[in-house]
Design a protein around this ligand. Sequence first.
Ligand code: COA
Length: 338
Amino acid sequence: MNMMNSRIVGVGHYVPEKVVTNHDLEKMMDTNDEWIVERTGIKERRFIDHTKDTCSNMASKATKMALERAKLDINDIDLIVFATITPDYMFPGSGVLMQRELGLDKKTIPAIDIRNACSGFIYALSIADQFIKTGMYKTVAVVGAEIQSTALEFSDRQRHISVIFGDGAGAAILQATDEAGKGILSTHMHADGTFAEELYVKDPGSSRKQGERLTKEMLEGLSIKAHMNGNVVFKHAVVRFMEVIQEALVANKKSKEDVDLIIPHQANLRISNFIQQKLQLEEGKVYNNIQKYGNTTGASIPIAMSEAWAEGKIKENDIICLAAFGSGFTWASALIKW
Ligand code: COA
């Protein structure tokens, strides 16, 4: 079979207007700007206005920006791959809602939802890449969108979580190319379910028996909130980020000097700085925008790609490395010749 490569031909993003600073959070719980900046690098994040923003409509705005930059039309899309852990509904997934929101002439294009948390966008990119490589689809919209804010609890018991997360959406349009050595050079994905409960939301899940999926006690307790063992997540993240970046380089016979920009999932500025130091990269080679948006889970990489591109930090023929780690645990990388 004659395999095609896939190329990212456009990137876009959308973030809600409402800016929430660390000082705003100080008024809601026992925290302070100094602690948040020192431990996470975050200065502010965006929270949705629920009269305007939904997970799927933020994603469709990001997709429209990506299409415009690619000089393509909504009707060019053959497939939607949508990464989110905060879908509009329990089911169906946000992919079909985005398809409806876009209002395509091709009304029945498929939509796949991916729920691999912080690694979700790279998983989605990898899936889209395989469909293009086999020739099944030519143009794929790969999106990551999250609304974390409405699930956060602004209380002392949840302060280690509620200061980290934010809302937003990002998108990349992938198209088939027959230019050799261009586009997505490789993707690598991993998972280790041993650590599933180190970063998770338990309820309301199907692990509960009949009639106990959502109880009054749950509404008061913590099982419907995100549980994160921050130290364990941090320790695994730094190791897996490094491994999966090295894996991408080795698979493509590239050295770190060949890479123009690393775009890590925006989990924590200390994790990004660790990567930069370990790889002994010069300032500016690891892209960060967590300072402005916090951790937007599956949306963080496409938002960062879109901003980096708009700032002229991603140019034609640049080698870009994406890397992510998160709940699951899952981790993944993609090496791209732009
Ligand atoms: N404001 C002020 N103090 C806070 C706080 C907040 N928002 N959250 C926690 N603290 C306090 C704790 O109560 C603790 O106090 P104590 O020493 O008196 O008990 C102290 O700060 C240190 O807490 P700890 O949880 O050990 O902090 P940490 O240095 O590990 O940083 C994280 C916490 C969450 C920032 C860090 O573990 C981390 O970034 N982990 C990875 C998270 C991540 O990337 N998650 C996304 C998955 S991709």
